[in-house]
Design a protein around this ligand. Structure first.
Ligand code: FPP
Length: 236
């Protein structure tokens, strides 16, 4: 019998291989990102169909700022356009939008769309779509350490009370459960500064497909792999 615990409650994805997808077709890298945005739409739809509650996507890392300005600008434009165009769909489909990362570094036009999408969808009760933007896990952890140290220095926290739960409550992800399943595309076997604290117990599935080719059947296959492992552990 199908048990709802077989479906991961939270899926996190490192969307990799857009550049290689484009290169293999003799296209500019931005075309890979554009095709990647279609896979984002597909992943959201599949998660809704499967009943996944949280989907976190690594859309722009702290390190991505080091890419050529032309590519960074193209990614920011794509992001702004994606949020603007998809907001009506998110409202219709009951998706609640969130974003994690150092938003102060993002262009004003992106910040505005992020704020609007977050505010307009805050009462939705369906899939939580979380975009990691200008995100780095070490930065997140040091931000949390600074916030806790500031409270300790002000006498609001007793250092003796700092435990896993208190620490997790100071991360950008404090309101979300940890990911059950972490997927990385394009065959790379790295975590790349993504949710280091939160993936302590996540199952990891690597797909050799580049992100623009990673669609419905691929996500379902990754979830099946998760379910298979989970069921096995359940019987021990
Ligand atoms: C990694 O591929 C992907 C990114 C750095 C950006 C991800 C962005 C998108 C999927 C499109 C826009 C996002 C949204 C939410 C609309 P890569 O460029 O590192 O690929 P490579 O390793 O083959 O060079």
């Amino acid at each position: 019998m199908e048990d709802s615990h077989d479906i991961p409650r939270h899926i996190a994805i490192i969307m990799d291989g857009n550049g290689r997808w484009a290169n293999a077709r003799g296209l500019p890298r931005v075309e890979g990102h554009r095709a990647g945005a279609k896979s984002v739409k597909s992943a959201v739809e599949t998660c809704q169909q499967l009943g996944v509650e949280y989907l976190t996507l690594y859309a722009f890392s702290s390190e991505n700022w080091k890419r050529p300005k032309k590519e960074v600008d193209a990614l920011m434009n794509l992001l702004e356009k994606f949020l603007r165009e998809k907001l009506p769909d998110m409202l219709k489909q009951n998706v609640r939008f969130h974003s994690i990362g150092r938003h102060d570094l993002l262009p004003e036009k992106c910040r505005r769309q992020i704020e609007q999408a977050s505010a307009d969808t805050q009462n939705n009760t369906g899939l939580n779509l979380i975009l990691a933007l200008s995100y780095g896990s070490r930065e997140e952890i040091t931000d949390a350490a600074r916030a806790i140290a500031t409270k300790a220095a002000a006498g609001e926290i007793d250092p003796a009370d700092i435990d896993n739960e208190l620490f997790a409550n100071h991360l950008y992800t404090s309101q979300f459960p940890d990911p059950d399943l972490l997927i990385r595309t394009s065959g790379e076997l790295r975590i790349s500064n993504f949710l280091l604290w939160q993936i302590s117990y996540s199952e990891i599935v690597i797909s050799t497909k580049n992100w623009p080719d990673f669609r419905d059947a691929d996500l379902r296959a990754a979830v099946e792999e998760y379910t298979r492992r989970h069921r096995r552990f359940g019987t021990v």
